[in-house]
Ligand binder design. Structure first.
Ligand code: TSB
Ligand code: ZN
Length: 583
């Protein structure tokens, strides 16, 4: 999707279009007051106060119509510089603009732009006439707190986008439409993957039977991989005492991302935002020798995080999530090798899922930010250099991001781009020299002395929630056979003659461990076959006389027109092979 901000001319055009929007709104709702209307990557928006009038998407066409009218009229856009007094006088009826003026530095050049009957306080620049804002579209409305502060009143934000030509606008709208089609919230609903409910709460999705099947398969898949790599899996509670998180440092560094605490008897609990403290205690439960390391503690662990209500999104950004988490306890001399193994596992998993659209990001601390990051230059430099070294050795392309590290150490993140909205992190692998110290962890070295291990935090899927969201978007809902909630849909040509045979095929498939649906509804064959496609079921079997007589099946693979006839035995062998190869 084109980034409007990156094209200077387009950026100016969009800014002018924001003014055009405000002018049109002012014509339709004369009481309207305006806050700010900046250009963003996807176009522009304007925050406005319309008193009691609550805008909905249905109001947008009328506003667009008024914008078109003003644009056609073709008034020039005229800049005027003002003294502070003139500006305060000009906008005396507008508390938001007064606020803006009062917050300007003394040496700011204050300017206003006028087009016909509308004047706005603005730094500019703008296009010459409103005529140039011709190919635009208003996209959506949402609430936005004044100055982005939840304590302030809610304003209304109208989003739009403007292009130089009709073709550009149409191409953009088509892309937008395709992104909407790919949006996991839409696919997730259509395929019965998850739901949400106000009574459960924001950012708290409920996994429906189909979604639960997908998730279980993902769990089994990664569990087997991790077991093979020597991980030990545990179960620990999804709460901990405030003292646990004071010991870990989360209470000081991560509190704004945590749910508030609750008192039970004489204990004060928090819903855990991370599992590291629990795993530190699991490690500390036994004495360890240098020979035991690395120790790899894994868990599919439920966490709760406070995410802003405007930021929660389907399964991608939730307040209750399940991490595919593990903490690796290693000797300092094992850091490079163990980190490498994690990167290998990430690459291996991504290959299995056929994922290609991702970027490695090396997230480093901001050395200036002494609040967020613990203060030990040497530790940070060592850790950051170590990660950089391994990546370079691997020859993996990566980019560096200052200020994105966790408070306890630098990390490697895998970034992906959702259908809608900004990039998010999927996998993560984080070095940590701090937590082992805070929990006074140790192992005995080969000379009998106590040493402190290093911890690597890593999540391959990130969370099952986010990974599923991404997978639904990457596959457009066409999951590989091994992950599909229903793998085979069996349709008898005629219930009277073929149902019995169809049932025997279903039994045989189920016995082989396949997930099967028998469509025995009294509907037309063509209708049933189309529905099988809509539900994105990998295999549709159509069973009639020929199949019944020869103990065979006639199958059609999702997305293919070809109908294939093979023996039932052969079919089971083929599909099982496909599943075992994670295809
Ligand atoms: C890897 N302590 C480490 C852990 O040991 C940790 O919690 N790291 S994290 O904060 O980066 O979270 C791990 C992963 O969870 C992220 O990489 C991301 O993929 C996923 N994640 C984070 N926040 C959310 C959220 N709100 N919704 C869904 N997934 C999330
Ligand atoms: Zn952790």
């Amino acid at each position: 999707m084109q980034n409007i901000k990156e094209d200077e001319k387009l950026s100016v055009l969009n800014h002018s279009c924001a003014h055009l929007l405000a002018q049109a709104v002012k014509h339709l709702y004369p009481e309207a007051k305006f806050w700010v209307g900046p250009v963003i990557e996807e176009g522009f928006y304007y925050d406005m106060d319309l008193g009691d009038k609550k805008l909905t998407e249905e109001d947008l066409p009328a506003i667009e119509k008024e914008m078109k009218k003003i644009s056609k009229d073709g008034k020039r856009i005229i800049r005027k510089e003002l003294s502070r007094e003139e500006a305060l006088d000009m906008f005396k009826d507008d508390p938001y603009k007064i606020d803006l003026i009062n917050n300007m530095e003394d040496d700011t050049v204050i300017s206003a732009y006028t087009q016909g009957d509308f004047t706005d306080l603005c730094r500019g620049p703008h296009v010459e006439t409103v005529k140039e804002c011709k190919y635009f579209k208003l996209l959506k409305v949402s609430g936005a707190y004044y100055k982005g502060d939840a304590k302030n009143q809610m304003l209304q934000r109208v989003y739009g986008v403007c292009f130089k030509t009709e073709e550009d606008l149409n191409a953009y709208l088509k892309e937008l439409e395709e992104a909407k089609e790919r949006d996991h919230r839409r696919i997730g609903k259509n395929l019965g993957i998850f739901m949400t409910h106000d009574l459960v709460g924001k950012g708290m999705p409920l996994w429906l039977p189909n979604g639960a099947l997908v998730r279980k398969e993902l769990e089994n898949y990664i569990y087997r991989k991790e077991q093979a790599l020597g991980y030990k899996h545990v179960y620990t509670p999804c709460v901990g005492t405030v003292d646990l998180y004071k010991t870990s440092g989360h209470w000081d560094h991560y509190k704004e991302n945590m749910f508030p605490s609750m008192k039970v008897d004489d204990e004060e609990f928090v819903l855990r935002p991370m599992n590291c403290p629990h795993h530190m205690l699991v490690y500390a439960n036994e004495l360890h020798s240098y020979r035991d390391l690395p120790i790899r503690i894994g868990e599919f662990a439920t966490d709760f995080r406070y995410e802003a209500s405007g930021a929660v999104k389907g399964l991608e950004r939730v307040r209750c999530m399940c991490q595919n988490d593990a903490h690796l306890f290693v000797r300092p001399d094992q850091i490079g090798e163990e980190f490498k193994k994690v990167v290998e596992l990430i690459l291996d998993v991504y290959k299995d899922f056929g994922l290609k659209n991702y970027k490695f990001r090396l997230s480093l601390r901001d050395p200036e930010d002494k609040e967020k990051y613990f203060d030990d230059d040497e530790m940070w430099n060592n850790a950051e250099n170590k990660l950089r070294e391994v990546l370079t050795e691997f020859g993996i392309p990566f980019y560096e991001a200052i200020g994105e590290a966790a408070f306890y150490g630098p990390k490697l993140d895998v970034e992906v781009k959702p259908a809608v909205g900004p990039e998010v992190t999927l996998s993560t692998c984080q070095l940590d020299f701090l937590l082992p110290r805070r929990f006074e962890l140790s192992y005995i070295d080969n000379e009998g002395n106590k040493q402190i291990p290093v911890v690597i935090h890593r999540a391959i899927f990130g969370t099952f929630d986010r990974f599923t969201a991404f997978l639904l978007e990457e596959t457009k809902g066409v999951l590989p056979t091994w992950l599909s909630p229903v793998q085979v849909n069996v349709i008898p040509v005629n219930n009277t003659y073929h149902l019995e045979y169809a049932r025997s095929v279903v039994d045989a498939l189920k016995e082989s461990g396949l997930r099967v649906n028998l469509d025995e509804r009294e509907e037309k064959l063509g209708y049933k076959m189309r529905e099988s496609q809509t539900n994105k079921i990998p295999y549709t079997l159509v069973l009639g006389d020929k199949e019944k007589e020869s103990d065979s099946v006639n199958y059609r693979k999702y997305g293919s027109e070809e109908q294939v006839s093979i023996s039932l035995k052969e079919f089971i062998k083929t599909i099982k092979e496909e599943i075992n190869n994670h295809k």
